[in-house]
Write a protein of this length. Structure first.
Length: 136
C-alpha cells in the first residue's frame, strides 16, 4: 500500500484538535505507521516548503509553522495520498467543503497566512520526499 505524510500544523495542535484529526484518519481506515510531536528547525521547514520559496506567503508561512509544536504522522493505505487530501478539504478553510477537516474545523482568522490545520502530501514523489525530511 501507499504512504503519505500528514502534519497537524501549530494551529491544530494549539486548538487541541489532534485527537479529532487522528480520529478521522483512523475512522477512514488508514493505518498510523509513525507519529511524533516536533518543533522543527527552520532548515527542515525550508526543505519541506522549498516549492513555495519566493512567493509572498512564504515567510509568513514559515513563521506560522515555527509558532508551536507540530504533530508529524506517517500514514498508510490504498490511495492514501488522494484519500487524505479529500479528508482535509481544499486549501482555503473558509470555502473548504463541510465534512472535511478544514471545512468543519477551520476558518479564515484574518491572519497573514491561511491557518488550515493540516498538511498532506500531494503526490507519490512529494510523499517520498517529505517522509524523508520528517522521518529520515
Ligand atoms: P498543504 O497541505 O499545507 O501543502 O496545503 P495545500 O497543498 O492545500 O497548499 P499549498 O501546498 O499550495 O500551500 C502550502 C500552504 O501555504 C497552505 O496550506 C497555506 O497555509 C499556505 N498558502 C498557500 N497558498 C496561499 C495563498 O495564496 N495565500 C496565503 N496567505 N497562504 C497560502
Ligand atoms: Mg501542498
Amino acid at each position: 500500500s501507499e504512504e503519505s505524510l500528514v502534519l497537524i500544523k501549530p494551529d491544530g495542535v494549539a486548538r487541541n484538535l489532534t485527537g479529532e484529526i487522528l480520529s478521522r484518519i483512523e475512522a477512514k481506515g488508514y493505518q498510523l505507521v509513525d507519529i511524533k510531536l516536533i518543533e522543527p528547525e527552520r532548515s527542515l521547514l525550508a526543505a519541506h516548503y522549498a516549492e513555495h520559496e519566493g512567493k509572498p506567503f512564504y515567510e509568513p508561512l514559515l513563521e506560522f509553522m515555527e509558532s508551536g509544536p507540530i504533530v508529524a504522522i506517517r500514514i498508510a493505505g490504498n490511495r492514501v495520498i488522494e484519500g487524505f487530501r479529500s479528508l482535509a478539504g481544499t486549501t482555503d478553510p473558509t470555502t473548504a467543503a463541510p465534512g472535511t477537516i478544514r471545512g468543519d474545523l477551520g476558518r479564515d482568522w484574518g491572519l497573514k497566512v491561511q491557518q488550515n490545520l493540516v498538511h498532506g502530501s500531494d503526490s507519490p514523489e512529494s510523499a517520498q520526499r517529505e517522509l524523508a525530511i520528517w522521518f529520515g
